[in-house]
Each structure stands twice: as C-alpha cells, then as structure tokens.
Design a protein around this ligand. Sequence first.
Ligand code: KIV
Ligand code: ZN
Length: 498
Amino acid sequence: MEKVKIFDTTLRDGEQTPRVSLNVSDKIQIAKQLERLGVDIIEAGFPISSDGDFEAVKAVSEAVENVTVCALARCNKKDIDRAAEALQNAKHPRIHVFIATSDIHLEYKLKMSKEQCVNKAVEMVKYAKSLVDDIQFSAEDASRSNPDFLVEIFEKVIEAGATTINVPDTVGYAQNEEYYNLIDYVIKNTKNSDKVTFSVHCHDDLGIATANALAGVKAGARQIECTINGIGERAGNSSLEEVAMILDTRANYYNVSTNIDTTQIYKTSKLISAITGVSIAKNKSVVGENCFLHESGIHQDGILKNRETYEIMNPDKIGIPKSDGLILGKHSGRHAFVAFLKHHGFEMSEEEINENFIKFKELTDSKKYVTIDDITSLVGRLPYNENYKFHSYTSSNNNDGTATVYLNISHGDNLITKRAVGNGQVDAAFKALNSIVKRDIEVLNFEINAVSSLSDALGEAKVKLKLDDQEISTSGLDLDIIKASILAYVQGINKFGI
Ligand code: KIV
Ligand code: ZN
C-alpha cells in the first residue's frame, strides 16, 4: 500500500486556536509525544512571529530524532532566515514557505498582481532552498484561487526547488467534490507533479475538514496536514485521530497507509487537551468520551453478544483504557444491568437481581443516567470502606512553576503526613496520596466544574482512576477546588479497597 505522510501542525496552526498559547516546554512535551505517535512531520511554529516561537522551534528541533521538523515562513527573506536559524539543529529540517494566490487575498491583503505573486514565490523558494533542502510551498486560499493560476505557480516553484506542494482550503469553503476535483486537476496538469508530494490542508468552518482532506487523498495527495483533536485557527483543522482511524478502518477503500501508531492516539489527545485547555466534546469522533458507550438496550444487548454489532473500531487500537462500554440509563435492559453489576464486583442471586432490576427501572424514570454510586445505594451494599480520610493540607507555588503540598490523611487512629512536589497543587496532592498508600494509581481523567455560575460556587472535582486492571470514577465537592480534588482521590483509594 502507498504511504500517506502525516504532517502534524498542532504546534503551529493548532496554536492559532483562539485563547491557546504554548510555551517552549509545552511544545517539547507535545513534540515528543507526536514522535511516539509516529507522525512524519511536525510543524513546530512560525519563528518570525515571536522570540518564544523561535525558541520553541529550536527546542523541538533538538528534542526529536526521527521526525522532520518544519518551520513556517512568509515569502520574504527575514522570515526564511529566522526559520532556517531555528531549524539549525534539526536532523531533518523543512522550511514551509507560503503566499496567498486567490484574487481576494492578492487584491486586498497583498496588493500584488498575479505576476508579482509568482515572481515572489519563485524567488523565495529558491532562497529557502539555498538554506535547507526540504522545501514545502503552500498557496494560501488555494480552494478559492484560479486552478490554472495554481498550476502555473506550482510548476514554477517546483522548478525552483519545492518538494512538497500544499493546496490549502484555508477558509473551509470547498465542498467535497470541488476539493477532489481541484487536487485531481492540479496533479494532472502541473508539469513534474510526479516529482513532488501533493499535500492537503483543510479547515473545518463547515464541518468537513477531515472529509475534504480524504477526498484530496483519493485524488492523489500523499500528505495530510492535521492537528490533534482538530484544533486550529477558527473552527480548526482536519483532526489527526479521525484521519488516522479512517485510513486504518477503511484501508480497503483508500488503499493507503500511514506510519501512525494508533494505540498512542488516545494518550496524545488527552495530553493536547490538558496542555491547551481545549476540552474534547463528549461526542467527538474517535476520542470523545461517548464513542464507545452504548445506552440503548438493543445496542447493549448486541454489544454484549458481539461488540462488532455496534462498534466499527476496537477501542484497544486507539489506546482507550478498558471499560465495560455500557452506560446504564432508561433504555438499558436486564442483560446490561447484570453485566454492569458483574463488572463492578457485585455478586447476586437471580432473585436479588430480579428485585434490584425492578428498583433500577423505577429509578431510571426519575434519573436519566445511573451511576455506580446510585447502584450501590439501590442494592444496599457499600462498595468500599472508608479506610482513609482527608484531614487537612497546605500548599505553596514554587518559582519554577511547580507546587508543593503537605497533606494530612488519617488512617484509622494514625495521622499520616506527606510532602510532594508536582505540576500544580492538584498533581502534587495526588502524588502525595500515591506515596501515602504506596500504590501507583494512574489518573485517566480529571475535571473541575463549578456547581453554579456564581463566584462562591462549590467546585466539583471528578476523577477517573486506574489501579492494575480496575478503573473507577469518583467525585469530591468543596468550595476549595484543591480540597475537592483530594476528596475525590481519597474516595477513589477507598473504593479500590486499599
Ligand atoms: O490555512 C492555511 O492556508 C495555512 C497555511 C499557512 C498553510 O495555515
Ligand atoms: Zn491553516
């Protein structure tokens, strides 16, 4: 199967997400994970845009080994020099030179004729090529540009040394067939198109960025530009996890493959969400919380008999931690109720199950979703003993961005005190708790929400924890959100029966 290169632009276009700003250490951490994920190219930033971005591209260039590191530059020498300088220590550097080609951008933004645009592009691609061998050229707003003008400029920049030609749908305007036709047209009509890689870069303004990118692949593009969780300018870009799982799940349709290690997808998605603060919608394809949950009784019955009745992907393949995949609600049947009880370690006779199933059905008339805590009180059994109890804590923020927490926890008659340092107070407190119980509990998910919209709202911390093969979700409520987080974690420790 032919390979499609995955060009990840989370650190460049992704950083253009409104209200997102990544510092050097964020970018290093993300770049290392992207390398583990198996992307071919990391677009690390736009070095001329700020000293911070320059330093970040430089640091990423030094932090990764096997992946190409790309830096963005407009068609001018200053941008290109800064990009080349930032990439100096990259093992595989690429400069990405772009200029807009649509009439509206030429007239209003660049105030340039088409001829001036071509000359500038050719001159700057030649200049970039004198500094770095791997040159990508992008025709910004290509989908609203004249296709014959694109052919003309592409032919000339290929002659000047560009090795990748990117055809962006910058404003997310193109429809699927139009984008397919555009890519097909430029590949078929550009001289020497077979000597370069054609690339797609689609925005999600109308919600079809991923579909458009894949239409481009069908038409012959062999590089896809995308971001983790689809973040990016305005409505974002094609999302990497969707692209990778579509090409994997429907390899029979696309006949191409990627170098992505799909088992790293979930972890990467969570990392990007945590660092950028951009949360993942529950129903987000591939990585959303609801993707492998089944609520309807008919679906649950099918899943229990054979998962493929209602799942086209295996969550293991995406690296999603195991769960029973069932969510109990008003549409759940007896079969799912029994499976849920079993999964959470309740053993019951047939008679007890029948009795509790009636109570469960009554409960779902008044409550849409039923949690493990509801079931616990419903069946009248405690899932855990309160072995550990929160006593008090103090904390301080350190100059290097870390925090120190002193935590007092009671265990029977003993008061245990532990000090820990972490990335913020919550992280430090969780580390202290792990060292108190001497177990390596992993945090799979952590959320804080205000219970009302007033400034004195109670904070609710929700945490999903994993210990060996067991996963549990707990919550804590307090005016102090650090304390709420600690309460949730302590409850988790007790639920694990430590
Ligand atoms: O959307 C776009 O056109 C871009 C270019 C810089 C490739 O992000
Ligand atoms: Zn873009």
